[in-house]
Design a protein around this ligand. Structure first.
Ligand SMILES: [Zn+2]
Length: 294
């Protein structure tokens, strides 16, 4: 008799983009609620959840592996063991692809929050999970998270999960860390600064063979709310007003240019398109259908 499955398989999804091959990798989920947002009250948040047929606010945590020419690039590293048992599954997802961590030569971060950078280093051993990778990040990120004065102004939670995490997780990579301000950071991958959520938060535009993909990082945390209300920010935004401006700019660009987008907190694997909504000043997200072939 067949055995009834008792758990889900790792989250892995393949997609090509011109000559590039992209693998969306799930790190798992974070369970949150409306108090993580500012600018929307509990009743309005509940109404938008209901309209999307969802019962609670769940954050997908995604990363993306990119094969570009002879490079293997990992965009984000997941949350390691910092954010609970429903997340931290990136290495298990990566294992399904057959790519060993030592084969990854570049790690790009959109920013240094724990759901993005806390999978860099095994804290039990102090060893890098990716021993041969160069770590590439916007120059404002280490500048902010390594700043003792900024850390002193943070709450205890921010000190530990953000400032301390960013410092200890990047430690084994310090001698192979490259920072940028904008422009092409890896062949075919261009940095589009979208600051606000953090001082160096950056989206990445991938281009190959006439096709484009915008991997926009944390432009959206809660799709059920922030597409129709791009003004809604997060309590963890370092500069919420700037984050809202960046969000609207990225959504406008995606809608005007009919860009394929994905993000770190769009429901896995997150690929889809953005259009201007009819009847209000926000936007609408149209997920891309699952593809059987590459
Ligand atoms: Zn995030």
């Amino acid at each position: 008799m067949a055995t009834r499955p008792t758990q889900q398989i790792p989250g892995v999804y393949h997609r090509t983009l011109g000559d590039m091959h992209i693998v969306a990798l799930s790190d798992g989920l974070l369970f949150r609620d409306h108090t993580m947002m500012r600018g929307v009250d509990a009743a309005a948040a509940r109404e938008m959840l209901d309209a999307a047929f969802r019962t609670s606010f769940v954050l997908a945590v995604n990363a993306f592996l990119v094969f570009s020419g002879d490079r293997i690039v990992l965009i984000e590293t997941g949350s390691g063991d910092y954010l609970g048992p429903a997340a931290g599954k990136l290495l298990a997802s990566l294992a399904v692809t057959g790519v060993a961590p030592a084969e990854i030569d570049t790690i790009l971060l959109t920013h240094m929050h724990p759901d993005h950078s806390a999978g860099l280093t095994d804290m039990a051993t102090g060893q890098a999970h990716y021993p041969n990778a160069e770590l590439v990040v916007h120059e404002n990120e280490p500048r902010h998270w390594f700043d003792d004065a900024a850390m002193a102004r943070g709450t205890d939670r921010e000190k530990k999960l953000m400032f301390q995490q960013a410092r200890e997780q990047t430690m084994p990579y310090r001698k192979r860390m490259r920072t940028f301000s904008k422009g092409e950071v890896v062949p075919g991958i261009t940095a589009l600064p979208s600051h606000g959520h953090t001082p160096g938060h950056t989206s990445y535009l991938l281009q190959s063979g006439g096709e484009s993909l915008l991997i926009w990082g944390d432009v959206v945390h809660f799709p059920e709310v922030q597409f129709q209300r791009p003004d809604v920010s997060m309590v963890v935004d370092v500069d919420p007003e700037a984050a809202a401006v960046s969000r609207r700019r990225m959504m406008d660009m995606a809608a005007s240019d009919r860009l394929l987008v994905t993000g770190m907190h769009l429901h896995f694997p997150g690929f889809g398109h953005v259009e201007k909504a009819a009847g209000h000043s926000g936007f609408r997200f149209i997920p891309e259908a699952w593809r059987q072939t590459l």
